[in-house]
Design a protein around this ligand. Structure first.
Ligand SMILES: Cc1cc2nc3c(=O)[nH]c(=O)nc-3n(C[C@H](O)[C@H](O)[C@H](O)COP(=O)(O)OP(=O)(O)OC[C@H]3O[C@@H](n4cnc5c(N)ncnc54)[C@H](O)[C@@H]3O)c2cc1C
Length: 455
């Protein structure tokens, strides 16, 4: 079967890989010049199976209201006019609110853990079979607190996660310092933390680009520099994809458009999946959640962390990637804007640099550019859903499938989402309890615990 995958981020490339493994003929289309040049480019690098709580929780509405006028707020809702694309934002916001209660939170956590555990296993399998190196560190994730009141709630959160098979331990400050000695520099301001030894970190961009090369070696065709303009549906079934070559021809004219006939299509276009799907009557609440990262050269390697970190106060994550430290965080539900040059964007980027200096003073070069003159700051649009749960499965259009909406966890869930969709497309039921799009409710009692996934 010839399957066309739209999007060469972590989700599209992982889907392509698993489809090839099952003997399909695969074409991937992406407008960029390489894989992982949009949201999968410079994320926080965490494979955080055990820290997968959705943003929608009982306290989120009040916090979001409080934060509305703070440029550095971890969650910033920037209301658009409620017409056209703006209406999508309002609808998304209302569905988000509907998930801000304990019952929905726990339901969502269950599915996120199940997909995370399955995905961790799939990632390890790919690494074992391909040998891809991507600055991987299997040192766990530590979450540190500077506020006693917030730390007091860490036990309840850990207990909920343990109920769903996640090994999250609450640790005191001294234990935390033994786990990650670099945190001693922040000293007494830390009141305690939690630790998940089975989590890990690594560079999603390197992994995705390397896996894309392996896909080509296995026979996939990847058309970089091609925009997807339209999906063509005839008689309720997908027939072709209208694509446009973005390269400029020798005569100065823009590249040509053509129709690519195909048996099946997977939409894995990140935040842009929603408008593409809506054009053929498939309406999914996927909306961009803008986030920022900064990647700083490490000046004192012996004082830089090896364990990936979560900072509870500013709600950001830090991961060591070779001789650099990546810090990333904050979510802005606004529109598709990718600017780094606005008052809000500048404030958020400066906050990241400031936090690195506070926690690890003098350890990194936190100036704006790296030695090669490349910008240290980056922004990307998380393809966010109101529940944090992605849409994986079949649409009402025959032959049209979706793998999108991975929000804050696309790197964590990437390998497994690709595998699960490839299984579904090959007529098999993936071995995890997850509500796939177009499928009945998840099978009961099949949530794999993270430990099982590592076997
Ligand atoms: C600041 C930040 C920190 C994050 N940290 C983490 C983390 O630590 N751990 C984690 O698990 N996740 C993290 N994430 C989330 C993760 O990065 C995303 O969920 C993931 O990258 C989404 O992958 P994707 O393949 O769906 O989208 P993308 O990587 O955006 O890929 C979609 C592709 O589709 C292509 N495309 C779109 N429209 C078209 C079109 N019309 N024509 C042609 N091509 C098109 C784009 O060029 C792009 O390459 C973070 C995200 C951000 C922003």
């Amino acid at each position: 079967m010839h399957i066309t995958v739209l999007g060469a981020g972590i989700i599209g490339i992982s889907t392509a890989w698993h489809l090839l493994e099952r003997g399909h003929t695969v074409t991937v289309i992406d407008r960029q010049a390489d894989a992982a040049l949009e949201t999968s480019f410079a994320n926080a690098a965490q494979i955080s199976v055990s820290y997968c709580e959705p943003w929608a929780n009982r306290e989120a509405p009040l916090k979001a209201l409080k934060w509305m006028f703070s440029k550095e707020a971890p969650l910033l809702f920037r209301p658009q006019l409620p017409f056209g694309e703006g209406w999508q934002q309002w609808r998304w916001g209302l569905q988000f609110l509907a998930n801000c209660n304990d019952a929905a939170f726990e339901r969502n956590v269950q599915q996120l853990v199940a997909l995370g555990a399955y995905s961790h296993g799939a990632l390890k399998d790919i690494v074992a079979s391909t040998g891809i190196a991507y600055q991987r560190l299997e040192r766990g994730i530590a979450h540190y607190y500077t506020d006693q009141k917030s730390f007091d709630t860490a036990g309840d959160a850990a207990a909920l996660m343990r109920k769903h098979g996640v090994a999250r331990q609450v640790v005191d400050r001294d234990t935390l310092f033994r786990i990650e000695p670099a945190l001693r520099a922040f000293g007494e301001r830390i009141v305690g933390g939690t630790f998940t030894p089975s989590d890990e970190s690594g560079d999603a961009r390197i992994f995705t680009q390397e896996l894309a090369k392996r896909c080509v070696e296995r026979g996939a065709e990847i058309l970089y520099g091609h925009a997807v303009d339209r999906l063509e549906v005839v008689g309720g079934a997908i027939k072709s994809v209208a694509i446009r070559d973005l390269s400029t021809r020798a005569d100065g004219q823009n590249g040509t458009s053509r129709k690519l006939a195909t048996d099946q299509v997977v939409v894995a276009a990140g935040s842009y999946s929603a408008p593409l799907l809506r054009s053929v009557g498939v309406d999914l609440p996927i909306y961009p959640g803008k986030g920022y990262s900064a990647t700083f050269k490490i000046l004192k390697p012996e004082l830089a962390p090896q364990v990936s970190l979560l900072d509870d106060t500013v709600k950001c994550a830090m991961s060591r990637l070779g001789d650099t430290l990546r810090i990333a965080g904050t979510i802005e539900v606004g529109n598709y804007d990718l600017t780094l040059d606005s008052a809000v964007a500048r404030a958020r980027c400066q906050m990241l640099a400031r936090r690195v200096e506070q926690v690890f003073p003098g350890v990194c070069d936190t100036r704006n550019v790296d030695e090669g003159g490349n910008p240290a700051y980056w922004t990307g649009l998380r393809p966010a859903t109101p529940t944090n749960i992605p849409y994986i499965g079949q649409t009402k259009v025959r032959g049209l499938w979706v793998n999108a909406g991975h929000g804050t966890l696309g790197w964590t869930h990437g390998a497994g989402s690709g595998k699960a969709l490839a299984e579904l497309m090959t007529g098999h039921e993936p071995a995890l309890a997850f509500r796939f799009l177009g499928s009945p409710a998840p099978r009961a009692g099949t949530f794999p615990a993270p430990a099982a996934a590592t076997a």
